[in-house]
Design a protein around this ligand. Sequence first.
Ligand code: HEC
Length: 198
Amino acid sequence: MRSKDIVWTSAIVAAAIILTAVLSTASLRAAAGGGALEAAAKSSQQIARGKYLVDIMGCHDCHTPMKLGPNGPEWDMTRALSGHPEDAPMLPPANLPPGYMAAIGGTFTSFAGPWGTSYTRNLTPDKETGLGDWTVEEFIATMKTGRERGKGRPVLPPMPVQNLRALSDTDIRALFAYLQSLPPIKNRTPQPTEPAGQ
Ligand code: HEC
């Protein structure tokens, strides 16, 4: 080979190497981007499923405070899923006339009955007063065992623990993903109190 040919051949080989490198980096980038897009799509589907479950399973019924509107009681969506308002009155122990099982407080977030008085919890992701510092495992354990944070005292009525036990892990994860995607609301809900006569 003449030296001119050698120079040309090396130049072509070098160009080919550079081109291969550029192309494979580009395809790696596309693959990585595709993976991230896929993960984002999956998580937005999970959040949508969680919202659907929260809506049909009635979590708002007890965990979103009610106010009186022109057509009767309605949810105060500025405080969606933030539990019993910390500035709302506490209920006295139930001392009910015969025929009654329980009494419900003014915002439909506190319940006095034979179990004492319970106050619905803040389900928004506020770190101090909501579920912001919960892990998904703790949330799953709570739903499966009906115990506070999955290991404490039994969660009190009327939280529908019997129904929630039937949820699949996939659906509980979706519920948690949706709740964690909400705007955090700072609201420290009260601890339950003992029943009347205790
Ligand atoms: C009929 C009323 C009612 C409904 C419906 C309801 N809850 Fe509750 N929930 C409560 C009450 C009351 C408490 C507080 C009980 C206590 O202090 O032991 C509570 C507590 C909780 C807690 C805290 C448990 C803990 O370990 O501290 C979580 C989490 C929760 N609810 C999630 C949900 C979700 C998610 C839904 C919808 C799928 C839902 N709740 C529907 C009444 C309700």
